[in-house]
Ligand binder design. Structure first.
Ligand code: WTA
Length: 672
C-alpha cells in the first residue's frame, strides 16, 4: 500500500507516551484495557443492553440484536419503543434539570461594546416548550406524522434544534442538508428521500455579511415534486425574501398562533424506526443516504457521551460543528441533550471579527469540554498563541478533535497551548456511517497514555482493527485498512442501511472482506505495538477538505456542468491547513481556449453551483485525461503529475492499467 506512516508529512511518534500529572481521571495500564476490551467484545450485546437500560424506554425490547431483512442490517432492541425527543427533553424536564441551561446560543455579530449582539439561552423547560409548540404545528397544521419525511436546510440557529427535536417527537424522519450546499445538492436529497416538507431560513450570517438561503431553496424546489409546504425561519429579515402563497410560511408567524400550553406527547417510536437519513459523499455521483435508527443510535450516543466526553452536570460542552454534518447530529444536537448537558452553539466563523473568537466563547461561558477539528486548530496555530493566551481557559478539562487525521504538531498545540498540559486531548475516529465515535481516548472511563496524533484504542464493544488486503491484522507500524469486525448499535439501520439502495450498501462496506463479514471503512490506518490505531486518511476517492467529506465524482460533475468543460478529474493534494484540497484537471470543449479567466470562472462556478468548501485550489487544463481501458480515470497518475513525482513511483499503482498504458498517459499529460 502506498504512502508512509505519516500525517501531513509528520512521522508518527509510536513510542511517545504522554501522561497527565493530575489524578482527575482513572488510570489504567494499556494491557489491562486491552484485556477488558477483548471481554467487552465477547459480550458486546450484554454491554449494550446494560447501557440501554440507563435510558428511558416506553416499551422494553425483546432482543438486543436480531437479523433484519437485509443481510448486513441488524435490528437493535427490536420490540422496544422510545422517543429521542423525550430522552433529550422530557426526562430532564420531569427531573432535576428542568431549569438547567440546555443551550447557550451566540450570534456572530459583535456590538460596539465588544460583546456579542445576540445571545439566546434556553433552559430544558424553555426548549421543551418550544419543541412541543413546533411539534403541535407540524402535526396539526401540516399533517406530519410518524413515517413522513422532511428536509431541513438551516444555519446554526436555535430553531434548528427545535425543528429536529420536534421531528423526532413525532417520528418524522428528517434529512439535514448543509446550508453551504447548492440548490442541486438540496433538491437531489429531497427527491431521494421523498420529503414532504422543507424547513429553511431566509438567510444566514457569515463574516458580517448576510447570505440568502431562501433563493437557493426556491431554486431547489423547482426541481422537486414532493415538497408542498415550506417553513421559513426569519434570520436576516431581508425585505427581498420571496414567499410563495399557499406554500411558504414564516416560522415566527406560525409559532405566534400556538399557545405556550400546546403539548404533543412523544410518540412511541420503534427502536429500528429511522430517526434520520444523512447523505454523504461516496465515490460515485449519487450521495449515499445513511440511515440511522432510533434505539441503537441513542444507546451509542449515550455510551460515547459518557466515555469520551465524561459529561457531568457541572460541564459546559461545546462542539462548533454544523448541524449539516454527522458530528452536528450526534454531538451537537442529540448526544449532549440526551445526557442533560449545557451546550454552547455559536453561529459564525472562528476568526470573526478577530482570530480569538473561539477563545472568547470558551472564556465567556466557561466551556469545560471542547470538541474541535484539526483544520480549525491549524488555522488558529497560524494566527498565533497570543490570541489564545489572552483568554482564560482554566475551565477547560477535556479536548477532542474529529473529522480528519490530526498531525502531531497540531495535537501538541492543543495539548500544550490550549489545554496548558492539564487536559486530556484526543482524536476521535468515526464516520457518518458509524453514527458515533468508534476509536478514541476515553477520559470518562479511564485514561491511557496519550500519543500525539493517534486515535487510540477502539471503544468497548467495538472490534475495530487494521488489516492487510486479505483481512489479516497488520504488524506494528505497517499501513493497512481500517475495519470493524462486529456489529454495533448506531450502525446504518433498518430497513436497508442506505436509503433506497441495499445493494450499494452491501457492496460499498461489505464486499471487500466478504468472507469475513468485516465492515470496510475506506480509511488507511496504522497500528502500533500498543494496539493504538492511527488513521492516516481515505483509501478511496473521497476527499477530506477541512474535515468535510466531498466525493470526487460529485465535484467533477459540478465542473463539467460548466459550459466550457467537457471532462474533469479531481484529486486531492496535501494542504498545511485544510489537510487536503481539491485540484482539478479539465479538458475543454471545442471553441474554448485555456486562460486565466476561465480558470477563475470554473473555480467560482464550483463555489456557487456546488459548495464554497469544494472550490478547487487549482485548475489545470489538459488535452486528454488518462484512463484505463475500462474508462476509469487514473487518479493516482493525475495526482503524481500534479505533485511532480517521477513515473517510477506510480507505474504500479493503477490496478487496472498496464505499466505501458500508465507510462504513455504520463507522457501525454501535458499540463497548461
Ligand atoms: C475521517 C466525520 C482521522 C476518516 C465524523 C473518516 C478521521 C471520515 C477522524 C468520515 C479522526 C474522521 N482521525 N480521520 N479522528 N475522524 N476522520 O463521514 O477519513 O464526515 O472515514 O464523519 O473522516 O467523515 P464523515
Amino acid at each position: 500500500m502506498p504512502g508512509e506512516a505519516e500525517i501531513l508529512g509528520e512521522s508518527l511518534p509510536f513510542e511517545e507516551r504522554i501522561e497527565l500529572p493530575n489524578w482527575a481521571y482513572r488510570r489504567v495500564d494499556i494491557e489491562d484495557y486491552r484485556a477488558s476490551h477483548a471481554s467487552s467484545v465477547r459480550d458486546a450485546a450484554g454491554q449494550w443492553e446494560r447501557l440501554a437500560k440507563e435510558l428511558f424506554w416506553q416499551r422494553p425490547w425483546d432482543k438486543v440484536v436480531s437479523e433484519g431483512d437485509h443481510p448486513h442490517v441488524s435490528k437493535w432492541f427490536e420490540g422496544g419503543a422510545l422517543n429521542l425527543s423525550q430522552l433529550a427533553l422530557d426526562r430532564h424536564v420531569d427531573g432535576d434539570r428542568r431549569n438547567k441551561l440546555a443551550l447557550i446560543w451566540e450570534g456572530e455579530a459583535i456590538g460596539k461594546d465588544g460583546a456579542p449582539s445576540e445571545v439566546r439561552k434556553f433552559t430544558y423547560y424553555d426548549l421543551w416548550r418550544e419543541v412541543n409548540r413546533f411539534a403541535f404545528l407540524l402535526k396539526n397544521n401540516f399533517g406530519m406524522k410518524k413515517g413522513d419525511k422532511m428536509a431541513v436546510y438551516l444555519p446554526m440557529v436555535p430553531e434548528a434544534f427545535v425543528v429536529l427535536l420536534a421531528a423526532a417527537r413525532l417520528g418524522v424522519t428528517f434529512t439535514v442538508v448543509f446550508s453551504g450546499f447548492s440548490a442541486e445538492a438540496l433538491s437531489s436529497r429531497i427527491n431521494d428521500l421523498g420529503a414532504k416538507l422543507l424547513v429553511t431560513a431566509d438567510g444566514l450570517n457569515r463574516r458580517g455579511k448576510q447570505v440568502s438561503l431562501k433563493d437557493i431553496a426556491d431554486k431547489a424546489l423547482e426541481q422537486t415534486r414532493t415538497v408542498s409546504q415550506v417553513i421559513v425561519v426569519r434570520r436576516i429579515d431581508s425585505k427581498d425574501t420571496s414567499m410563495k402563497a399557499g406554500r411558504d410560511y414564516w416560522f415566527d408567524d406560525l409559532m405566534r398562533g400556538v399557545p405556550a400550553s400546546a403539548r404533543v406527547e412523544p410518540e412511541p417510536i420503534e427502536s429500528e424506526h429511522p430517526l434520520y437519513v444523512l447523505y454523504t459523499s461516496g465515490t460515485t455521483g449519487k450521495p449515499k443516504g445513511m440511515i440511522h435508527d432510533s434505539g441503537g443510535y441513542a444507546v451509542l450516543l449515550h455510551a460515547t457521551m459518557k466515555w469520551v466526553f465524561d459529561i457531568k452536570d457541572s460541564d459546559v460542552y461545546w462542539c462548533p460543528a454544523d448541524i449539516g454534518w454527522v458530528t452536528g447530529h450526534s454531538y451537537v444536537v442529540f448526544g449532549p441533550l440526551i445526557e442533560g448537558a449545557t451546550a454552547v452553539i455559536y453561529e459564525g466563523t472562528l476568526d470573526f471579527p478577530q482570530p480569538d473568537r473561539w477563545w472568547q466563547v470558551i472564556e465567556r461561558y466557561g466551556v469545560s469540554v471542547f470538541y474541535t477539528t484539526p483544520t480549525a486548530t491549524r488555522m488558529q496555530m497560524r494566527f498565533g498563541e497570543d490570541f489564545v493566551r489572552k483568554h482564560d481557559r482554566s475551565s477547560l478539562r477535556i479536548i477532542h478533535s474529529v473529522g480528519e487525521p490530526i498531525n502531531p504538531s497540531a495535537w501538541r498545540w492543543l495539548f500544550e497551548v490550549v489545554g496548558e498540559k492539564r487536559c486530556p486531548v484526543g482524536s476521535t475516529w468515526w464516520m457518518t456511517e458509524t453514527g458515533g465515535i468508534m476509536v478514541s481516548h476515553l477520559p470518562g472511563l479511564m485514561l491511557l497514555p496519550m500519543k500525539p496524533g493517534t486515535n487510540g484504542l477502539p471503544i468497548p464493544g467495538i472490534d475495530a482493527d487494521v488489516v492487510d488486503d486479505k483481512g489479516e491484522p497488520v504488524k506494528h507500524g505497517e499501513k493497512g485498512l481500517l475495519v470493524i469486525k462486529n456489529k454495533w448499535p448506531g450502525m446504518p439501520g433498518a430497513p436497508t442501511g442506505m436509503w433506497g439502495d441495499p445493494e450499494r450498501y452491501a457492496k460499498q462496506y461489505f464486499e471487500r472482506f466478504a468472507s469475513r463479514g468485516y465492515f470496510y471503512c475506506g480509511d488507511y490506518a496504522v497500528k502500533d505495538n500498543d494496539g493504538y490505531i492511527w488513521v492516516a486518511g481515505r483509501a478511496d476517492e473521497v476527499l477530506k477538505v477541512a474535515g468535510h467529506r466531498i466525493g470526487t465524482f460529485e465535484l467533477e460533475s459540478s465542473i463539467v456542468s460548466h459550459k466550457a468543460a467537457s471532462e474533469a478529474a479531481v484529486v486531492a493534494i496535501p494542504d498545511p491547513i485544510k489537510g487536503e484540497v481539491p485540484i482539478a484537471f479539465v479538458v475543454l470543449r471545442q471553441g474554448f481556449a485555456p486562460s486565466e479567466e476561465l480558470r477563475k470562472e470554473i473555480r467560482l462556478w464550483v463555489r456557487s453551483n456546488f459548495s464554497p468548501i469544494a472550490e478547487p485550489s487549482q485548475v489545470y487544463f489538459v488535452n486528454k485525461l488518462p484512463k484505463t481501458r475500462s474508462g476509469k480515470i487514473m487518479r493516482r497518475l493525475v495526482k503524481a503529475v500534479a505533485e511532480g513525482k517521477p513515473l517510477g513511483d506510480i507505474a504500479t499503482l493503477e490496478d487496472e492499467a498496464s505499466v505501458d498504458e500508465v507510462k504513455q498517459a504520463y507522457e501525454s499529460l501535458t499540463v497548461s
